[in-house]
Design a protein around this ligand. Structure first.
Ligand code: ROI
Length: 162
């Protein structure tokens, strides 16, 4: 049975736009996708690191959560993932944000993603794809900063095909 999942993507090392584009192409091999706009956002965490490029992909897949996580981690490795420090710069980060309406808590995976509601670089791209999303009893579109945030839109929804 297929489920709707949302994957957060971030990069601030290397050719980030191309790295995110290739990640979206790999996700498309797992099932039909829809992509958000492409954003640039100031780092959350240490400030002496480059801005991030962020986007979200909706993936409809038959993969179970941990099998999906295995695939995401494989894509991160294939992108030559480098992670220099905790909360620091990285080549490619792929996070399971939402998996249907399930709550998942185990040592490898926490869904909905911890911190989702506090991160504009996750919530705004999610809203590009689906404006009716409720996470932990909270409508995302009602979050007070969901209209005004620190994000810059870099490109429209067609950035993956360019
Ligand atoms: N900050 C931004 N702006 N975007 C990210 O994707 C991102 N990812 C991270 C931390 C280090 C928390 N900061 C981030 O993992």
């Amino acid at each position: 049975m297929s489920v709707v999942t949302y994957i957060g993507m971030g990069s601030n090392l290397g050719d980030s736009v191309q790295i995110l584009r290739e990640a979206a192409h790999k996700l498309a091999e797992l099932g039909p996708i829809q992509v958000s706009r492409l954003y640039r956002s100031p780092p959350m965490g240490p400030q002496d690191q480059p801005h991030y490029y962020n986007a979200v992909v909706q993936l409809v897949t038959t993969l179970q959560p941990l099998d999906l996580l295995d695939q995401l981690q494989r894509f991160e490795q294939e992108a030559g993932r480098v992670r220099l420090r905790r909360w620091g710069e990285r080549t490619l980060d792929l996070d399971v944000l939402l998996y249907a309406d399930q709550s998942i808590e185990n040592e490898r995976l926490n869904v909905p993603h911890i911190g989702l509601l506090e991160r504009d670089f996750v919530v705004l791209p999610l809203l590009d794809i689906e404006s009716n999303l409720k996470v932990r009893d909270q409508w995302l579109r009602d979050l007070k900063w969901s209209q005004a945030s620190t994000l810059t839109v870099i490109d429209d929804k067609h950035w993956v095909e360019k």
